[in-house]
Write a protein that binds this ligand. Structure first.
Ligand code: NAD
Ligand code: UFG
Length: 339
């Protein structure tokens, strides 16, 4: 198949490129590189020995998107492109709604015009907000409490309306839990441009000596060790989930929603210990106050994806940390210094 990946130069998109190319799919990437580097695409090509067709373009430029669809016989789209920082979305809600929602509207209008109606969308566990019951399954109430999360929920609703208006659309809404780790080659990985907001890239930069210590945001949660518990999922497992979702759409699935998580929760301190084991490096940390907007515990019930996609996350936290460390230690400056 010819598969278009929006945001395919980013963290999850680049790993998904590798999985798709290894299954002999043709991959076309459109990315405006606002949060990624072209070097990631070069590395994907080096890992797989295959070519990626790349367009530096903004999804909101509808004529530009139309030209991409005219020049490539696209069969399906995986839509990763979007802004993803929770804190930034609180400070700049218009940018987040504008980019994430208008980008999706532009993409879908071009897809409709070209009769391409198979779409996988990157949603997020953040749509559950603070789940009343864990593990959260797909029927849990959705009530995100920041603009980023609301942009994901609004897009889920727009795509649901689109499917209802024309039942020939097949759409998979994938709610990712906490993606971490890297391709085991260490050649591609997560490369945040500023000081990382997320736990795993922050720990990795402490281990490699780029940051001096980790701030642990609160040890007074109602969890076994008092620190926040999350469902960390290896990015290669997540990437494989996209392949399974595409296979599902090809059966004329209609609209489907799946949690992509492991079903297991680990605390911040458990992740610190696992990273220390994997890297052999000290990870100094100090306990500070809670981060506004954080929840105590969030992990998935991934059994629907298990049943309907035949997909289960296979890699555990030791492998997640080992691969994150491989990437970080081979590329201490991310793509920047080595590109
Ligand atoms: P990322 O920032 O690494 O990748 C997103 C890519 O989209 C970037 O390469 C960026 O340059 C591109 N992009 C953004 N706006 C664009 C636009 N208007 N036109 C063209 N390209 C644009 O992020 P990621 O971690 O790979 O996440 C991929 C998707 O998964 C995002 O939609 C994100 O919201 C979602 N998600 C991520 C996580 C996570 O923790 N990483 C969790 C849940 C959901
Ligand atoms: N944490 C720290 N110190 C840090 C960073 C994080 O203690 O420097 C803690 C947090 O308090 C939380 C845990 O580590 O308990 C995980 O935090 P992350 O920022 O890595 O992840 P979140 O669960 O807060 O959110 C992430 C993404 C969201 C996405 C969500 C999906 O940032 O975009 O996962 O579940 F929606």
């Amino acid at each position: 198949m010819n598969i278009l990946l929006t945001g395919g130069a980013g963290y999850i998109g680049s790993h998904t490129c590798v999985v798709l190319l290894e299954k002999e799919h043709h991959v076309i990437v459109v990315d405006n590189l606002c949060n990624s580097k072209f070097e990631a695409i070069k590395r994907v090509e080096a890992i797989t020995g295959k070519k990626v067709i790349f367009y530096q373009e903004d999804l909101r430029n509808t004529p530009g998107m139309d030209a991409i669809f005219r020049n490539n016989a696209i069969n399906a789209v995986i839509h990763f492109a979007g802004l993803k920082s929770v804190a930034e979305s609180v400070a700049r809600p218009l940018d987040y709604y504008g980019n994430n929602i208008n980008g999706t509207l532009s993409l879908c209008s071009v897809m409709a015009a070209h009769g391409v109606k198979n779409l996988v969308f990157s949603s997020s566990a953040t749509v559950y907000g603070d789940p009343e019951v864990v593990p959260a399954d797909e029927t849990a109430p959705v009530r995100p409490f920041n603009p980023y999360g609301r942009s994901k929920l609004f897009i889920e609703e727009i795509l649901t309306d689109l499917h209802h208006s024309d039942l020939s659309w097949n759409i998979a809404l994938l709610r990712y839990f906490n993606p971490v780790g890297a391709h085991p080659s260490g050649r591609i990985g997560e490369d945040p441009s500023d000081i990382p907001n997320n736990l795993m890239p922050y720990i990795a930069r402490v281990a490699v000596g780029r940051l001096s210590e980790l701030n642990v945001y609160g040890d007074d949660y109602d969890t076994p060790d008092g620190t926040g518990v999350r469902d960390y999922i290896h990015v290669m497992d997540l990437a494989e989930g996209h392949l399974k979702a595409l296979e599902k759409l090809a059966t004329n699935s209609g609209l489907v929603t799946y949690n992509l998580g492991t079903g297991k929760g680990f605390s911040v301190l458990e992740m610190v210990a696992a990273f220390k084991r994997a890297s052999g490096k000290p990870i100094p940390y100090k306990i500070v106050g809670r981060r506004p907007g954080d929840v105590a515990t969030c992990y998935a019930n991934p059994s629907l994806a298990g049943r309907e996609l035949c997909w289960t996350a296979r890699r555990g936290i030791d492998e997640m940390c080992a691969d994150a460390w491989q990437w970080q230690s081979m590329n201490p400056g991310g793509y920047g210094e080595t590109g």
